[in-house]
Ligand binder design. Sequence first.
Ligand SMILES: [Zn+2]
Length: 223
Amino acid sequence: MIPDPERRAAAYTLIEYGRRLNPDGLAVGPAGNLSVRLGDVVAITPSQIRYEDIVPESICFVTVDGRHVGGEGKLSAETPMHLSVYRETDAAAIVHTHSPRAVAVSTVVDELPAVHYCVLRAGGGPTIRVAPYERFGSDALARVALEGLAERTAVLLQNHGAITYGADLAEAYERAQLVEWLADVYLAARGLGAPRILTPDELGEVASESARRRYGGAKAASR
Ligand SMILES: [Zn+2]
């Protein structure tokens, strides 16, 4: 058992969400990875273990500067990518998926455009950028992913997958699902013709209305 209660809770949360990746269609087998930040330490799902086989003791704990300080699992190849996002943003949790529609879109466009106003909720900007292809686990991939995340909370990785982050794992995970949903809408629309894309003005109105409703209290926030 993991003695530290905060680390133990993080491990259970990672296992809970990790087990959803396959059934939710966001990854196949052990692909993808999830992490949460606990101060100067990051808890991350281990490499090459199927999510249903991960136990709390296999969750890896690594300092934000890259020292493996706990957990029996093998450190994920994408740990440097997660750590660079934690170092440069206010992310508290990160989800990296290989979801099929996000990958498909990443192979043909440089940005996933605003086919729906939920693009703001998913990525925090008018589009979701596609970071250029770099080999998995490379420092170059960590760098281009971070560039694609500038002022955003989601990025697609060309011919690879997606990364989202949030204030907790629930938010990061929901963004990963939204990215896949937006990619699905975009592909379906492209199959019919050239999709209409929301304008900066239309997205600006969405942003201000969302803010107004948020400030109006939790009851007004549902839409
Ligand atoms: Zn990956």
